[in-house]
Design a protein around this ligand. Structure first.
Ligand SMILES: Nc1ncnc2c1ncn2[C@@H]1O[C@H](COP(=O)(O)OP(=O)(O)O)[C@@H](O)[C@H]1O
Ligand SMILES: [Mg+2]
Length: 300
């Protein structure tokens, strides 16, 4: 059965989509896993990274994006969403990545997302609006080892659909003050979600993105994040009561690099090394992926 991992952060621009795409490509090309990538963000960055803008337009025009899933859940007069048809098989442009499929997002999801949020208030207390994605994927999930869900930077109903079918979550963050400021808030909101739904989620940790080794701020921020975990773990039980354990810091930082920034462009680079770069980027991404795979295996 697939392990489902959501990437979330309430902040945009922290490398969520870039990291999710890289994780999927490394899981496939380096470790041989079958991966489904689910793009829940109406910004559709992950989708265009994987299949390019032209193919996205075709998919969108044919009604084969996740927008059509949520729209048909809201309006039963619309044609039913056919997940098998919507699957973009072998979605990566890289030749060496052979087992990554995609469920595409759409800019139209921006509006549908608002309607999903409104639906929740029409049926107070019901989990039905949160179960749309899970129900749609029930029949195909077992074809994958991992399902990676890239979420929009909010915790609305569409994101909640992603969380409700996830076993675990990852939080990509840039190691600076502004980017890490909201992490305790995010953890609290996830805990509230868990309390509300009764659905447990394992925190797999923070992925440090856009790391600059020359930046003192980046280094001191990572030290602060690591120290918070250590201090929590070594605190007396009475001092921990009512506090959440800060998230682990995955010990393989993703460097800031032009090549990773350019990986957002839809081009066939051939290999992962050519695409992501050989000045430490390939190794960092490979090690990060291996760590995530191992921890998913340990905790789930
Ligand atoms: N390691 C990195 N080095 C350089 N640029 C990066 C890196 N990771 C992401 N970026 C760039 O930062 C921007 C935001 O990344 P993105 O993955 O879209 O963030 P999010 O999904 O959190 O909004 C994009 O332009 C992306 O290409
Ligand atoms: Mg994104």
């Amino acid at each position: 059965m697939a392990t489902v991992i959501a990437t979330i952060n309430l902040k945009g621009g922290v490398g969520k989509s870039t990291t999710t795409a890289a994780l999927a490509e490394f899981m496939s090309a380096e470790f041989g896993y079958r991966v489904l990538v689910v793009d829940l963000d109406p910004q559709t960055n992950l989708t265009t990274m994987m299949i390019g803008e032209q193919r996205w337009r075709e998919v969108n025009d044919r009604g084969l994006t996740l927008n059509n899933l949520f729209a048909s859940a809201l309006d039963t007069d619309l044609p039913e969403f056919d997940v098998e048809k919507a699957l973009q098989r072998n979605a990566s442009a890289l030749e060496s990545v052979r087992s990554v499929d995609l469920l595409a997002s759409s800019l139209d999801l921006m509006e549908t997302q608002e309607e999903m949020n409104a639906w929740q208030y029409e049926v107070p207390g019901s989990l039905e609006p949160l179960l749309v994605l899970r129900a749609a994927l029930a029949g195909i999930k077992s074809s994958y080892d991992f399902v990676l869900i890239d979420c929009a930077p909010n915790l609305g109903i569409v994101t909640a659909n992603g969380l409700l079918m996830s076993d675990a979550y990852l939080v990509p963050t840039i190691p600076d003050v502004l980017s890490t400021y909201g992490i305790p808030q995010l953890q609290k909101r996830v805990q509230k979600f868990v309390d509300h739904t009764g659905h447990e989620l394992t925190p797999l940790g923070l992925i440090i993105t856009k790391y600059r080794s020359s930046s003192t701020l980046h280094r001191t921020t990572i030290e602060r994040l690591q120290r918070a975990v250590f201090e929590f773990d070594s605190a007396a039980e009475k001092d921990r009561a009512g506090r959440q354990r800060p998230p682990n810091v995955i010990p393989h930082w993703i460097p800031e690099s032009n090549q990773i920034a350019q990986s957002a462009e839809f081009v066939d680079y051939g290999t992962l090394r050519q695409k992501y770069g050989t000045h430490g980027q390939f190794e960092a991404l490979r090690n990060m992926t291996e760590h995530v795979v191992q921890n998913a295996g340990v905790y789930l």
